[in-house]
Design a protein around this ligand. Structure first.
Ligand SMILES: NC(=O)C1=CN([C@@H]2O[C@H](COP(=O)(O)OP(=O)(O)OC[C@H]3O[C@@H](n4cnc5c(N)ncnc54)[C@H](O)[C@@H]3O)[C@@H](O)[C@H]2O)[C@@H](O)CC1
Ligand SMILES: Nc1ncnc2c1ncn2[C@@H]1O[C@H](COP(=O)(O)OP(=O)(O)O)[C@@H](O)[C@H]1O
Ligand SMILES: [K+]
Length: 501
């Protein structure tokens, strides 16, 4: 399981552990782990050309000690000092082991050393990095782009904000990130996550000093989607009611019902105006459909359900508002998406309810929900902070879509979805997700579990649809993926579910 702690908690745990250890012992543990990974990545350590990019803090100290370890095993190691400050004992250890030292200002020799290197250790900044990298750090980070060497980031790729994953300027793109004690949120959340390559966690003994995690990556073994048994019938498996589509927007309804039909509910009840109902009946004969007039009394015409999905393609007029209000006035779990969220942005009073509420905004919708005080770009850059704030302010389970979907509920660790592909960034895939999560809610899953499992399965279905069949679920090379449609995601859902069996 991958879990992450806020930077302040990592520092507190390090302090508590360091107080019980001899001076410098913790850094040497970290450096030994880093050196061991580098040694494994190299075809041979003896004679290998290794460059250390060394910042002024303890991240640089780790790199220097790791470099000293590799130099003792016969590697040719060059440290590039980015600052007049540096870790003195670390540098002394490197010199004793036969390492050489350059200053960042020696641009010619530094450039040549990086170009010729077999492996570069990025020790510019770790959890102490703040804001965009300044010079000469930024220039050194840029020098690692498009080189032949393996790039190994120490603790965090420099330029990535460890606490949030924010990247404000130049940042190292690592092949491997060796992180210490626990993951940091920025290693799990884009854009930071996309800079990490493969992340290796080195145990430095922090475990006993760490509190509960702040961020947890969804893990397939923990996703307990409802399984039918011999006693199951369609009602006991859960009935999901979908209120979606309008005379103007019909596709959203078809896709949302598609997600619900493949989400494992015993039955999908769909209600809307005549045109979307006709199309849904055509595409999904399994759904039980009702033509409603869009008033608050409409829900009684639909029949019994165990959970509601409201919003995709609904429109944002007064009728749509009446439907959202009617759903949120029930004591059933409810998911609000798309146009439903636009309605909610002007009727946040509707969120005052006891039953579970799941909101599935993308960054633009979340801007509106938060009263237009936080611009879309800020939400995209500070996804973790914004989804946590939204869950607290809106008293709901909030699933923030985009590159690394996050799911937050107040006083719970934020869930990070590890599946998905940028190929999902195509119209209609969000509608599939809301239908899918609605079906899981109707099956009795708690809101945060339904949202987490839904995001995982949806992302996996996207990958399965986009990837060549031989690549399997866990990692097609992005360049080998094909464009997909939202309907392809629906079609791939059964295969995604089968991976959990
Ligand atoms: N505290 C501990 O006991 C341990 C810390 N460890 C290492 O120590 C790191 C944290 O060390 P520090 O707290 O010294 O912080 P860092 O070394 O991560 O960063 C601080 C240094 O980076 C510079 N800096 C920060 N932001 C910058 C920017 N935007 N542009 C240019 N320079 C910038 C600062 O001036 C300072 O010199 C961890 O990430 C980890 O690698 C490990 O050795 C494990 C044990
Ligand atoms: N860059 C990206 N990488 C991965 N997934 C993405 C990316 N951009 C969007 N997605 C996913 O694609 C889906 C798009 O949903 P949404 O924005 O609601 O589209 P629509 O409203 O057209 O259905 C979401 O599941 C979202 O998480
Ligand atoms: K680093």
């Amino acid at each position: 399981m991958r879990y992450a702690h806020e930077v302040g908690k990592v520092r507190a745990a390090e302090q508590a552990l360091m107080a019980r250890l001899p001076e410098g012992a913790l850094m040497r543990r970290a450096a030994a782990g880093l050196a061991a990974t580098c040694a494994r990545l190299l075809p041979g350590v003896y004679g290998a050309r290794v460059v250390l990019l060394v910042g002024g803090g303890d991240n640089g100290g780790d790199a220097l000690y790791a470099g000293a370890g590799l130099a003792r095993r016969g590697a040719s190691v060059v440290a590039v000092l980015a600052s007049d400050r540096f870790h003195r004992e670390g540098l002394a250890a490197l010199r004793t082991a036969g390492g050489r030292v350059l200053k960042a200002a020696d641009t010619g020799p530094v450039g040549a050393a990086i170009e010729d290197a077999d492996l570069v250790i990025d020790g510019l900044t770790g959890i102490g990095g703040t804001g965009a990298l300044r010079e000469p750090y930024a220039g050194l980070a840029r020098r690692t782009e498009d080189i032949d060497a393996i790039v190994v980031a120490c603790d965090v790729p420099s330029g990535v904000d460890a606490g949030s994953g924010r990247v404000e300027g130049a940042a190292v793109r690592a092949d491997v990130t060796v992180t210490f004690g626990t993951y940091k949120p920025g290693l799990l959340i884009d854009p930071g996550a996309a800079h990490c390559g493969v992340v290796e966690l080195v145990d430095i003994g922090l475990g006993a000093h760490l509190p509960d995690p702040d961020v947890v990556a969804a893990w397939p073994v923990d996703l307990r989607v409802p399984q039918p048994g011999s006693e199951s019938d369609k009602y006991r498996r859960g009935v999901v009611g979908v209120l979606a589509g309008s005379e103007r927007y019909t596709g959203a309804a078809v896709l949302c019902v598609g997600g619900a039909v493949h989400g494992g509910a015993g039955m999908v009840r769909f209600a809307s105006t005549p045109h979307p109902v006709e199309l849904v009946r055509h595409h999904w004969p399994e759904a039980v459909t009702t033509v409603i007039d869009r008033t608050s009394a409409a829900l009684e015409q639909v029949g019994q359900v165990q959970a509601w999905v409201v919003g995709p393609g609904l429109g944002t007029d007064e009728d749509a508002e009446a439907l959202v209000e009617a759903v949120l006035s029930t004591d059933l779990p409810a998911l609000v998406d798309a146009d439903g969220l636009t309605v909610l942005a002007r009727r946040r009073d509707l969120l005052r309810r006891e039953a579970p509420t799941v909101l599935t905004p993308h960054a633009g919708e979340l801007t509106r929900l938060l009263g237009n005080r936080t611009p879309r770009q800020t939400i995209e850059a500070r996804r973790l902070e914004c989804v946590q704030r939204a869950a607290a302010e809106l008293s709901a389970t909030v699933l923030l879509k985009g590159s690394t979907t996050l799911i937050a509920e107040q006083d719970r660790p934020v869930r990070v979805n590890p599946t998905g592909t940028p190929r999902l960034a195509t119209a209609g895939t969000g509608d599939v997700l809301s239908g899918l999560i609605g079906a899981l809610l109707a099956g009795g899953m708690p809101a945060i579990e339904a949202a987490t499992a839904g995001a995982y399965l949806h992302g996996l279905a996207g990958r399965l649809a986009a990837a060549p069949p031989t690549d399997g679920p866990s990692g097609p090379a992005p360049g080998r993926e094909a464009p997909i449609s939202a309907q392809d995601v629906v079609t791939a859902l059964p295969d995604a579910f089968r991976t959990l069996a």
